[in-house]
Structures are given as C-alpha cells and as structure tokens.
Ligand binder design. Structure first.
Ligand SMILES: Cc1cc2nc3c(=O)[nH]c(=O)nc-3n(C[C@H](O)[C@H](O)[C@H](O)COP(=O)(O)OP(=O)(O)OC[C@H]3O[C@@H](n4cnc5c(N)ncnc54)[C@H](O)[C@@H]3O)c2cc1C
Length: 284
C-alpha cells in the first residue's frame, strides 16, 4: 500500500487468510480462504493470482521480499513473461531502486515488459498515515494443490536471549574478523548492561547463535542504544534496528552505509577502539 501511495497508483490487494482477521484499509481485497486454499500452496496461489491479474490488468504485481514472496514472484513473472525486480528499496521518478554491491550502491532499473513483477524489501516503504476502515472483499478460491505438499509448522527452538526486550544492544558484524573477537563485543555489551547481537554473516559463520541475529531474517529490535561494530549497514540489517533510539557505529570505512542511520560514527578499528572503550566505561 505504501509503495502504491508513493507511485500515486491505484491498487488491489490479494490475501490468502481469513475473513476473521482482515487487515485495516479501504480498498479492494481479493480474499482466498487459507483453510480451503492452503497457507502454503504456491502452485494453487499462482493460479489464483493469475486470475486476479487477468481481471485487474495491473502494470505491477508486487510481493513482499519474504520467503513466500521469493517463491511466488518468479512463478508469476515466468507465467506472464514479465520482468522481475527483486528487493526494491525505493522509487525515484517512478523508477524502482535496488541495492547492489552489498548496499554500497543503489541502481535505478526500469523494466521493458508491459507488466513488472517486484518484491519489496521489508521496512523500505511506510504509509503517511495508519490505514483504517475495512476493505471491500471479493472472495476467490481454488482446490488446486500443485506439486508441493505442505506438511505443517514446526516450533523453532527457543533461545536463551530475547533481544527485543534489551535496552542496550552491541552487535558484531563481519568486521570483527574472527570468532574469538565475539568476546570483546560481548564484554562491551556486559559493561553497558546490555545484550550482544550480530549481523547475519556472523550468525551464518556460527560465531553467534541465530537468536542473536538482527535484521529481516532475525530479530527486529528497538533498544535505547544500538552499537553496530564492524557492520556495513545493509538494508536487511537496518530493517531490524532502525527503530533504535540512539545508534553508534564503529567502522573503519567512513563511507559505510551504516553512517547514514548512525547518530555517531566512530571511524576506527573496533579491535583497537572497543577494548579502550570498555576500560573507560569500567572506570566510571
Ligand atoms: C534475503 C536476505 C536476508 C538477509 N537478512 C539479514 C539479516 O536479518 N540480518 C543481517 O545482518 N543481514 C541480513 N542479510 C545479509 C545482508 O545483505 C548483508 O550481507 C549483511 O548484513 C552484511 O553483514 P555485515 O555488515 O556484518 O558484513 P559486511 O557487509 O561485510 O560489512 C563489514 C563491515 O565491517 C567493517 N570493518 C571491517 N573491518 C573492521 C574493523 N577492524 N573495525 C571496524 N570495522 C571494520 C567494513 O568496513 C564493513 O563496513 C540478508 C541478506 C539477504 C539476501
């Protein structure tokens, strides 16, 4: 909705869900009942979407850049022979903007096809006002199941730390260089009476547990103080911490994108800066 608002475009929504839990907005909603159409049923949902697209004839078909969005978007793009633009973070002069080179650069990309399929990065667009009211619903349905069988959900293992409740978070990025350096980040977090977090590469390398990951595929946090140590500031990380009240970044690169959201950017080697900083805090 925020994306359509930014383009000053008309929109119609598609939801596989329930009439009892509808999102608030005033507009058209194609609603498929999840109990009959399946919550995870990409082949069936593709068919439903193609019917809606044939009716609405949109110029853009938009998905969230989520695991299900990644699954559905290319199916629709292929069926429509449409161009797909993934991970759109902005629109400038009506042209979608995508991050490249680990978000160090942005590029504007215009599609040549009549219809464009897009996935939008979480948190990249927000509405001017909170939506209110009820949508006008058109019910749709399918019995098609396709080639995949949804087996059910499995509860993720509960971790020992809940970053969403932490008032102070000190996060380690790839810039820490080696797993042993997690210790200085954890020590700084302890000195500030907070928790330590991590960016995704640090978690992927198994230098920190997944429940410490901050970002779109980790925790969405809003502490009073967020310290990003050796973190470049990729959009997926920023989406998880941009609601922090005060952000301090420590980075050797004065042009790192994290500088754009940081209240204070310390241009330094974290391995030198952090131990001195801990010493100073402990003397207070
Ligand atoms: C679908 C998808 C989902 C994702 N979800 C997440 C997510 O939830 N969370 C997340 O974090 N990422 C996520 N990512 C990955 C994201 O795109 C980035 O790759 C990642 O955030 C980069 O992590 P980083 O900043 O630690 O590493 P890098 O981008 O490699 O940055 C390292 C930074 O450290 C600095 N540095 C190097 N040495 C030092 C030093 N000695 N002292 C100080 N600074 C130093 C460098 O200048 C650089 O800025 C996702 C990606 C995709 C595609």
């Amino acid at each position: 909705m925020a994306f359509a608002e930014k383009l000053d475009a008309e929109s119609a929504m598609f939801l596989v869900g329930s009439e009892n839990a509808l999102p608030k907005f005033q507009g058209k909603l194609y609603l498929a009942d999840a109990t009959t159409c399946g919550e995870f049923n990409p082949d069936g949902h593709k068919q439903l979407l193609l019917e809606v697209i044939a009716k609405e004839k949109p110029e853009m078909v938009v998905f969230s850049h989520s695991s299900y969005g990644w699954d559905l978007a290319p199916r629709i793009a292929f069926a429509l022979k449409a161009a797909q633009l993934s991970e759109v973070v902005d629109v400038i002069d009506g042209v979608p903007v995508l991050p490249v080179c680990n978000s160090k650069l942005l590029r504007k990309v215009a599609a040549k096809t009549a219809v464009t399929v897009l996935t939008l990065q979480a948190g990249a667009f927000s509405l001017a006002d909170e939506p209110t009211g009820s949508p006008s619903i058109e019910k749709i349905g399918t019995a098609a199941t396709g080639k995949l069988v949804f087996d059910g959900y499995e509860q993720a293992e509960k971790g020992g730390v809940d970053l969403t409740k932490a008032q102070v978070i000190v996060s380690a990025g790839r810039g820490i260089g080696k797993p042993e350096n997690i210790a200085i980040i954890a020590e700084l977090a302890q000195a500030l009476k907070g928790e330590y977090g991590a960016s995704r590469p640090v978690v992927d390398a198994e230098w920190a547990e997944h429940n410490r990951q901050v970002g779109t595929t980790g925790q969405i946090v809003s502490p009073k103080l967020y310290m990003a140590c050796g973190i470049s500031g990729a959009i997926q990380h920023l989406a998880g911490m941009k609601k922090s009240e005060f952000v301090v970044a420590i980075n050797t690169d004065s042009d790192a994108p994290i500088g754009e959201v940081a209240d204070v950017l310390v241009v330094a080697d974290l391995k030198v800066f952090v131990p001195i900083f801990i010493e100073k805090i402990n003397k207070l």
